[in-house]
Design a protein around this ligand. Structure first.
Ligand code: UT7
Length: 353
């Protein structure tokens, strides 16, 4: 058994990074445009009933999921990211040449090396700009937003493309009913540009508590445990999750991260027009809604159609609600997400005209 270099000391816990708009700094970023993409193939709960010992009733009642999308053979994460990115750029009336940075939130990149963002840069035809991945799992899109926002606030970048993309169907053990019914494939993107008024990204909060790091992980395939035939036989090269442990933490941490973001901005739940949450489980979200005292009607929900698309879930939901006119310019949106790490994050954004 290979030991990690840092040995067996107590786990590091509870790292948090907070970023607030400050009058002494350059302009914050705004969401100039969004785009999303989901593969055409729909896999319903009825389809999964034929694969594992599960039922539409169990999946619907325990998660809220009715169907999910699955990428076509040969379709890569960067292909899905490309579709979402093109839509965002087109809506922003920008070309790939206008971009100064590409940040991709993903844990299912085309290859372990190099970054998905490198392939996306090439497929977009973007110039030689910094392009990198952020591996913050389901919180990846808010992490990417926070980083992009910093580069815009300092004036170092003008237009930053942020993407959340996951192709988790290839990282799942399709014999494990506890995980294979939950996840789906998809991509969402946003272009961040400097805000020209007081709208835009008001704050982002990033957290990591590693005490539950193994509760949601792919144990084999990294430097600690290279893939062997044995690890494949035990599905240690696929997503392993103790869902019950994460459920409790998700309700608690999504609530606290959201509440803290509101408190720090001097806002209350009543000031929020929409919540665009990571879509992992409808029961998690309804408990968060209760605790925050924000009606579930204000939550943008699409988990029934896409399942849990990890880092892609927030930008897909945001794009849908912006395009169908539910979210309007001037409205205040709270985003929150939690996933492997355990990493979680919240963001407060006023939608720009
Ligand atoms: O986005 C990344 C972060 N992830 C999350 O936020 C996921 C958080 N966790 C969850 O959403 C929930 O824990 C799950 C949906 C994963 C599971 O729901 P649960 O109510 O916590 O179920 P459980 O794991 O406690 O399992 C209850 C029962 C078990 O059977 P026994 O031991 O009581 O006989 C499971 O074997 O449900 C069984 N079960 C299933 N039954 C039918 C687990 N998966 C399935 C299934 N179909 N697909």
């Amino acid at each position: 058994m290979v030991q990690p270099f840092l040995g067996d000391g107590p786990a590091e816990t509870a790292y948090e990074l907070r970023v607030m708009a400050s009058p002494t700094r350059a302009a914050a970023s705004r969401i100039a445009a969004t785009g999303a993409y989901a593969p055409a193939k729909v896999v319903s709960n009825a389809d999964l009933e034929k694969l594992v010992d599960t039922s539409d009733q169990w999946i619907t009642e325990r998660t809220g999921i009715k169907e999910r999308r699955v990428a076509a053979p040969g379709e890569a994460a960067s292909d899905m990211a490309l579709q979402a990115a093109r839509r965002a750029l087109e809506t922003a009336r920008l070309s790939a040449d206008d971009l100064d940075m590409i940040i991709v939130g993903t844990i299912s990149a085309d290859m372990p090396l190099p970054a998905c963002a490198a392939f996306l840069q090439r497929k977009l035809g973007a110039k030689n700009i910094p392009s990198f991945d952020v591996a913050a799992a389901c919180a990846g899109f808010i992490y990417a937003m926070s980083i992009g926002d910093q580069y815009i606030r300092t004036g170092a970048c003008k237009n930053v493309l942020i993407v959340g993309v996951e192709l988790l169907s290839r990282e799942l053990n399709w014999n494990d009913r506890a995980t294979c019914v939950l996840f789906g494939d998809g991509a969402g993107a946003a272009v961040l540009s400097p805000a020209t008024d007081d709208t835009g990204v008001l704050s982002t909060r990033l957290h990591t508590d590693s005490s539950l790091a193994e509760s949601l992980c792919i144990p084999a395939g990294g430097s600690l445990e290279p893939i062997t035939q044995e690890s494949i036989n035990q599905s240690r090269d696929k997503v392993n999750m103790i869902g019950r442990d994460i459920f409790k933490v998700a309700v608690r941490n999504l609530t606290s991260a959201s509440r803290d973001a509101l408190d720090e901005a001097g806002l209350t739940a009543n000031d929020i027009d929409w919540v665009v949450p990571h879509q992992a489980n409808l029961r998690i979200l309804s408990q968060v809604a209760d605790r925050l005292e924000i009606p579930l009607e204000k939550f943008v929900l699409n988990i029934d159609r896409y399942g849990n698309t990890s880092s892609a879930s927030i930008p897909i939901a945001l794009d849908e609600a912006l395009r169908d006119g539910r979210i309007q310019p001037g409205q205040r949106v709270l985003m929150c997400a939690l996933g492997a790490g355990i990493s979680w994050a919240s963001a407060l954004v006023t939608i720009s005209p």
